[in-house]
Design a binder for this molecule. Sequence first.
Ligand code: CIR
Length: 263
Amino acid sequence: MPGTFDRTRGRALTRDVSPRFVDAVSSFFHTRKPDLEAARGAQQAYFTALRAHGSEVVTLPALEEFPDCSFTEDTAVIIDDKAVIPNLGHPSRDGEQDSIAEYLKDYFEIEKMPEDAKLDGGDVVFFDEEFLIGISTRTNKSGAEFLASQSKKADIDARIFKVPQSTLHLTTVFSSPRPGTIIAAEGHFEPKDFEFAEEVIWVPEEEGYAANTIGYGDQIIMAEGYSKTRELLLDHGFSITSVEMEEFREVDASLTCLSVFIG
Ligand code: CIR
């Protein structure tokens, strides 16, 4: 069935935090030097939250030469029995995808992107049986179009649109935790951008980071410390588990970045 991998969340592919985590790329939320041990602790809490919602967590060893290696969302897009392996959009990250492909090849047909096509999985969201694909500073037109063509081959529609410069990835300020629902941060998008959606929950701009959530139907995992968003989501019928994400936020990484769901 199209897109089942994205909603089932049966198995999360993750990777240990790099010993060089303090050198991770950061351009948006940075306030101080991130702490490696705190990040490792936060990642364990994140794994616990995934398991509590029924996901099996598979964790690959860190890649020492890649400070951002734990952000596996960016390294593969699963389309049914195929794993599309992109060329990552930041030069310091390009290469992380190779060992993910090596792992995935036992379970999926591997489809590598052509050289000129750049894409980070953080610019891809599965929404109501279609892929939303953002063109951003990391994902170029060729990358978005290549993914859309793969998606269409699997009979899944794809909608390509522009991610504003105010955010790193689409997922940084956006998520779709349950069919029909979008959570988006104010200040980056306009209501007309999402006229196709049944329900859009707008998170106040100052809490924009909290728009990135992981949904298991009406149960949701969100970042800790965003009280307005928490209230909003409770009002929209979600039950909530919160995970401390401060260290990852320092390097522009959100909840969804820390895993790619592969089953
Ligand atoms: C980067 O700049 O690539 C990392 N520091 C953060 C990646 C976040 N990934 C994501 O939003 N999917």
